[in-house]
Unconditional design. Sequence first.
Length: 625
Amino acid sequence: MGIIDVSIIGIYILLTLIVGIWVSKKASSSLESYFLGGNNIKWYFLGLSNGSGMFDVSGTAWMVGILFLYGVKSFMFMWLWPIWNQIFVMMFLAVWIRRSNIMTGSEWILTRFGDNKAGRASHIIVAVFAIVAAIGFIAYFFEGVGKFMTIILPWDVSLQIGNLALLTSEQSYALIIILLTTIYTVKGGMFSVVATEVLQYGIMVLAGVLVAGYAFFAFSDVEINAVISDEWRNVFFGWELETHWTDKYTAFNNLIDSEGYKMFGALIGMTLFKGFFASIAGPTPSYDLQRILSTKTVKEAAYMSGFTNLILFIPRYLLIAGIVVIALVTLAPEMSINPLLNGSDLEILLPKVINFHVPVGIKGLLLAGLLAAFMSTFSAFVNAGPAYMVNDIYKKYFKPSATAKHYIKASHIASFLVVGLGVFMGFFAESINSLTLWITSALFGGYVAANFLKWVWWRFNGWGYFWGMLSGLVVASLQFVLDQSKNNFLEGSLFYELSHLHAIYLFPIIFFVSILGSFLGTYFSEPTNMEVLKSFYKDVRPWGFWKPVLNELKKEDETAVKNSDFWLDMMNCAIGIIWQSSMIVLPIYLMIRDYPKTLIALVIFLITSIVLKFTWLDKVRKLPN
């Protein structure tokens, strides 16, 4: 890197630390101030912060790789998360969640199941899930940022004593960046996280626009069309993937065949099945849930969630598509000669493009933007995970009456503990892809059944929730162990077959075990106290199977009515998924110069935006402040 690039990165890191530490004084008054910003942060800042937190470098590297290989339809791979759970949150879940007026997702559980043995069992299990998920994501970030930095930076920072290698350069770089981010996150809590993430969002958008502009003007339509095929451009698909690359790029076709996604129709069917239940289950107990709980009012929670969708996808995919265009023209001919391509080769496309094919100045801004992407997402999880350790475990069960200063100190310790465990797990992760699949398909798969039922079925109780979550987490953990040990099993054995099966195809097994645990736990225990259910239903007002509770409420208040918005909410979710998808494919088609399809995507975006103004936004405006 030139001195200009190094200077830009140095200024960015220094500015982030200054901003994060400067606003940290606001976080010292209470736990609510530390973890939720005292519910005094503007909804649009929270939306920018939430979008920034989702703009992570490991995910960006993964998306660059799959867009390069599979073309436009690869955006559907994002449904593995599933990304359109943000649409469900926007349409109705943000309102339901914010009505609770609590601090964390597991504390919210007590409002649903009560503060008895069953309620506390469900409360503990969701806190454990939140902590495990935060540790898993930190491992994912550790793996991604280390690979990214070693390819970008020329210095060898490995550590060894004699012949004993203690740290590779990847691990050393990851530890340095993680330490810097942890400092301001632990110091300032939610205030520092939001302030720095708003700054980081601006840098990421600037980097994305500059890279897209460079790719657009530095490479011609002819150069791009010489590499990609009509099938690469095609957003539609059949049961099986068609040939994506011409004969000149046979190595890429072979890689598609070996990656396990050839039966694309089955993959999308599975992601739709998982995605529907996962989306209604609601956000996992992590940073986006904390943003919802941090808003001032129910109305602002809905605004914040909608704003997150609006500001995230176009700038992110401008950056991704810009990088892919550069990679297609400069790297594809060279890579296609290699007959032994594998998935890990795609993970390094992003840093390779930056290292060799982006001009000075833009390179520094892009690196600062990607560092910002890493630091914003990482800091969001470091703020969210310890909230469950301190508020939901330490404060509730060990020291319920200490001072605010004591709890904030405990939060600092919890933050370092979560980071330490995540880094430890990251040392043993095989690749970004393995962690991505474990988190999205297995770990979150164990979360889905119990959290879907908690919204829609009055009889579902705390013990059902506990056993549903526990059984799902156990099976998800076994899947991770199998995946990490897959080279140790005898070929042809059951364990070998299970360990080599893509995690998304294990979701039905995890879902079935979890829902079985949920039903057995529910039917072999008493229903939740009716007073708790009435209080929950009156505050949250979800739709679903709540007739016995509603009948009891009508005895006290004849004006009580059920929520009849199910079909309206589902229609809005379907429109919202199309709206979200148009924001993803629009910058991709623009960058590959397919102007007719760019125009179609823009028209779809405008039409769905207008429809949602009447079916969603006007409805939100009528909510009480």
